[in-house]
Design a protein around this ligand. Sequence first.
Ligand code: KIV
Ligand code: ZN
Length: 498
Amino acid sequence: MRKLYIFDTTLRDGEQSLGITLNINEKLEIARQLVKLGVDIIEAGFPASSPGDMDSVRTIARKIKGAVICGLSRAVEKDIDCCAEALREAEQPRIHTGIAVSPVHMEKKLRLSPQQVVETAAAAVKHAKKYVSDVEFYAEDAFRSEPAFLVKVLERVIDAGATVVNIPDTVGYATPWQYAELVSFVMDNVKNIGSTVVSTHCHNDLGMATANSLAGIKAGVSQVEGTINGIGERAGNTSLEEVIMAVYSQQGLYGVEMGVRTREISATSRLVSIITGVPVPSHKAIVGANAFMHASGIHQDGILKEKNTYEIIDPEIVGVPKNMIVLSARSGRHALKHRLVELGYKLEQSDLDTVYKNFLRLADRKREIFDEDLHALMGYTGKENDGISIKNISVATNGVSTATATVTVELNDKTITDAACGNGPVDAVFKAIDRIMGKSIILEDFNLYSVSKGSEAIGNAIVKVRCGNNGLVVGRGVSTDVIEASGKAYVNALSKIK
Ligand code: KIV
Ligand code: ZN
């Protein structure tokens, strides 16, 4: 069996495309979880794109061990220099450089002749090789290139020292059989292909990114690129969890082996969703809330007789443990800790005290506490805001749409109260907080959805705000009171603004 390398680009193709500015602690938290999951390569960012990206790639390179840390660059010397500088302290650095190779990109975007593209590509790889031995070359929009030209480019970059060559379907246009055909063509015609790893990088514009990546694996690639939950440019990237579980479920079919710890999939998906503020649809394969639920009578009957009838993956394999007890206000610390550990959380005694206090507060308002509630609780606990917290909110509504909110906030050990009117209670709360903070905040997005089921379910609020040069910042708050959840989310976002 050949090794299949798992290349995660959640922090590069994923994060950049959302327009969200994750802070360095958030990126580190995701990177640490990716190492736990056992991915082989973490693409940490595009250092030349901004000082913030440079900084985060540098910090991840310094602090994260146990995976190759990769930085993206265009086939431009100064980008490559930046990338090399950001990766200087990495245990295993990789520079990922490349250029577009399709006629439309070369002619209209780059305004370069095919020969100039070949020379630029080879020169970029040579330049990157001065810094690191591991250089990956991406042939952007490879799927829409002339296959014979792609072969020529790849031969030159491999001669220049590329250790990995990436064949992206940048615009998500391929079908699985066409993508497999292109990979086979590359395998059969690039003379020096034997000395490199070939990689897939597929986008999901037609909903085929996972299928195309699997077709690529079947046709012989040894590296698959993608993101957790499939986040990424436009319709997203290949969902790594889907590829991993497809290969895991039918390993013989693909003839590859992976080093991933599948039991970390669920925790990784949740973390990425919490940090990026991008919810996972309930029907999403592998990681959606309903992915292992059986609703119809016929299915339930089948499952009870023999699990195999309708269950192709044991949920425990992806880190969703079976639940034997229902937690409520009567549950003790021991039961709570037991379930949290089963769900993958590691708790120190001091953390447990805080979590238990929050748990009881929630259980007072909600009869039964489900796993989703615990995840919501854990997603919030421990990530308390730096120096800001909401102490009280009171709202008076007047007619259908106008409201007045009075909000008390603890800000750097001072208690401040202010009030504002708004177009409804949530708007009034946000405006009162703006007055307290004295900042001009632009609210770009606000989402509220319920965690678990029933009228007493927890509300999970996600806000995206902009302030000064901070880029788009995500905040999240949970509470059984949706106005409180919204206020907490807003304050959580503001706490990340410098
Ligand atoms: O989609 C793409 O072609 C890319 C490359 C930069 C690898 O993201
Ligand atoms: Zn991409």
